[in-house]
Design a protein around this ligand. Structure first.
Ligand SMILES: C[S@@+](CC[C@H](N)C(=O)[O-])C[C@H]1O[C@@H](n2cnc3c(N)ncnc32)[C@H](O)[C@@H]1O
Length: 426
């Protein structure tokens, strides 16, 4: 909850272009007090909370990430150490080599061309998370967008200045995308290049993925978009449980010599996919013969969580996104079981555009009653699953509180249905 409050408060303040001193003036506290709220040393006094919430047009629950219908799950969890931890643990020599190999070997541009076509030509303010050495960031800047990139790896970021020479519309900074602030007010947040499946952190993997979706929502201006592009891992795209598998053998991903004359190989070693947790655990082995003849080997245990598409949809809906475009490849084909890529362009709700009751009245309609829509849902008349249903509510611009109540009621119904099904089969 503390992490949530810090980020939410900072983002709200920045989205209003206010300094800590200005907030201090408005609420008759010292600038040091505001700074302490933003570093998590203290919270604002309890009597101040309603005034703060009112000022930013949110509720006190919103400030703390509490959904009255779903208290437990809306709260950001602090990072938890797990055995899948794979923090940036390479030796610097390996990190430098990886940064060089990335530029030498990853030269495909299909995904970048596609991203440019979806984002459109009109200049936008774009944030790319995990921008690496700028493979995606640079073409976005060259196309006239105002871009910012974040990455935790200083060696990949060090490659950007030479590429960005002469460009005034590009910024980058070192940041851990799990722990650090993403900023606010962007038109588009880009989570491309498989980053949702390559997050390095010591947080539970699925929580880190969900956190990225929520942080994308906080970093966007009203009506902004999140762009997600990933490779779903073969038959792991959907929520249908598949067999656990052991992978055997070794796969040399990269082999080559870096700019300092160090020769190396990055090899993926045998691993294991657990169909229950959807975690794929494997080892990356780095084998090096350095320019001075020394040899080194380092094994780095890694894990990826293959969140099914349904779960990704649920995270998006919970963070207030409506999926507007979704493709199973760069040819704009629909997503199918065999899709090798998933591209999603989802819009953050612009609540100021959501009509109030008076809107429905002026259209000669009443806002639909919850019991009616739920009955239809339970009969299977409206849509097949809760996610589609919530997306439908958003697309039809139902009020956020109404959507949140429906989502929570549907979850309860689903849990009830699952229990019944369990009871029937036993
Ligand atoms: C496969 S590269 C993708 C780079 C770029 N997006 C692209 O498509 O070319 C993955 C990048 O994610 C970065 N990364 C992974 N976890 C991160 C985290 N927690 N915070 C910031 N960057 C992270 C790595 O440093 C690496 O540069």
């Amino acid at each position: 909850m503390a992490i949530y409050f810090i980020e939410k408060f900072k983002n709200l303040r920045k989205s209003r272009n206010l300094t800590q001193e200005q907030i201090a003036d408005i609420f008759h506290v010292s600038p040091q007090a505001v700074s302490r709220w933003e570093t998590g040393i203290t919270y604002p006094d309890i009597e101040l909370l309603p005034a703060l919430a009112d000022f930013f047009s949110v509720t006190v629950d919103d400030l703390f990430g509490i959904d009255i219908n779903k208290k437990e799950e809306r709260v950001y969890s602090p990072p938890e150490k797990t055995e899948e931890s794979n923090l940036f643990s390479e030796k610097p020599i390996i990190s430098k080599w990886v940064a060089d190999m990335y530029d030498q070997k990853v030269t495909d541009t299909d995904d970048v061309g596609f991203l440019l076509s979806v984002v459109g030509e009109k200049p936008k303010k774009i944030l790319e998370i995990a921008c690496g050495s700028g493979r995606v960031l640079m073409p976005l800047a060259k196309a006239g967008h105002d871009v910012t990139g974040l990455d935790a790896d200083e060696y990949v970021l060090a490659k950007i200045p030479a590429k960005a020479e002469g460009l005034k519309n590009i910024e980058w900074r070192a940041a851990d995308a799990v722990q650090d602030d993403w900023g606010a007010g962007y038109d588009v947040v880009v989570l491309a290049g498989n980053i949702l499946y390559n997050i390095v952190s010591d947080m539970d993997y699925a929580k880190a993925q969900e956190l990225f979706i929520r942080k994308a929502a906080s970093a966007l201006a009203k009506g902004g978009y999140v762009y997600i592009d990933y490779s779903p891992g073969g038959d792991r795209l959907l929520d249908t449980k598949k067999e656990s598998q052991k992978h055997s053998g070794e796969w040399v991903v990269w082999e080559g010599t870096d700019s300092e004359g160090n020769y190396g190989k990055m090899v993926l070693l045998a691993g294991e996919y657990d169909a229950d947790t959807r975690l794929d655990r494997f080892t990356r082995r780095f084998e090096f013969t350095l320019a001075d003849g020394e040899t080194i080997t380092q094994d780095i245990p890694c894990a990826k969580h293959f969140a099914p598409l349904q779960q990704l949809h649920r995270w998006l809906a919970d963070a207030g996104f409506t999926v507007e475009q979704e493709y199973g490849g760069y040819d704009r084909s629909p997503i199918g079981e065999d899709s090798t890529r998933v591209v999603i362009y989802a819009r953050k709700a612009d609540e100021s555009n959501i009509p109030k009751d008076s809107f429905y009245k002026s259209q000669g309609k009443n806002r639909p009653k919850l019991e009616d829509v739920l009955n239809d849902y339970l009969e299977g008349d409206i849509l097949q699953n809760a996610l589609n249903f919530v997306s439908w509510l958003r697309a039809n611009k139902m009020a956020p509180q109404y959507i949140s109540i429906c989502a929570s009621e549907i979850r309860k119904c689903e849990r009830g249905k699952k229990k019944n099904r369990g009871g029937e089969s036993s």
